[in-house]
Design a protein. Structure first.
Length: 205
């Protein structure tokens, strides 16, 4: 079996496992993970997050809290026919409840399968202090399995001396023993799930 075929099978399996989480377990895990991420919030710092799609773990509580604490939250911005991501400022979200109204006003519910693209002064990943990364799977060595688009791999393999602190985010069911890797795949030094922090290299909060 090729690496590509192996990854495709694993992606399908992990998507099914993530979707199979019951609502109570999902809600409990989501709240705990967001609380565990709060130490990464620093006033006046730039945090890269993501807008959860499908069954991904939501970072909405983290985004709202970070903005209240004086951090600037950035979300991925995808240019047409480009793999390297930009990051644009997330609009100020006063509360999770008000966010639903904001989504309706921006007509974002009409495109649930598409990542919202917000305007504003865009920056590249190396300008972020911390980058919270979604994933489908992560193995015992910190190898990340993404959706297959290659956006984060292309973004983070660019040559910059300064890199953001990378933090993988997901549910514990997304951890696997081994993921077949390719040369362009990135490693994640920290993974945060409802089971706590898992470090794959020596790093500090």
């Amino acid at each position: 079996m090729t690496i590509y075929a192996d990854k495709q099978q694993l992606r399908q399996k992990l998507r099914q496992m993530r979707k199979a989480l019951n609502p109570v377990s999902r809600m409990t895990a989501t709240k705990r993970v967001n609380r565990l991420l709060y130490p990464f919030i620093r006033r006046h710092k730039r945090i890269g997050a993501y807008w959860a799609m499908g069954s991904e773990l939501s970072l909405l509580p983290l985004i709202v809290t970070a903005q209240h604490r004086g951090a600037t939250v950035y979300l991925p911005y995808i240019e047409n026919n480009k793999r390297q991501l930009w990051f644009s400022p997330c609009p100020y979200l006063a509360s999770q409840r008000m966010t639903k109204r904001f989504l309706r006003q921006q007509n974002l519910y009409a495109h649930k399968r598409r990542i919202p693209q917000f305007s504003g002064d865009k920056i590249r990943a190396h300008k972020l202090n911390t980058l919270l990364i979604p994933l489908l799977g992560i193995d015992s060595q910190g190898h990340r399995l993404g959706q297959g688009g290659g956006y984060y791999d292309a973004t983070l393999t660019t040559h910059h001396q300064v890199k953001p602190k990378l933090v993988g985010v997901g549910f514990s069911c997304q951890q696997v023993k081994n993921i077949a890797t390719e040369q362009h795949d990135i490693n994640i030094p920290i993974f945060v799930s409802e089971n706590g922090y898992q470090y794959f290299v020596n790093t500090d909060l």
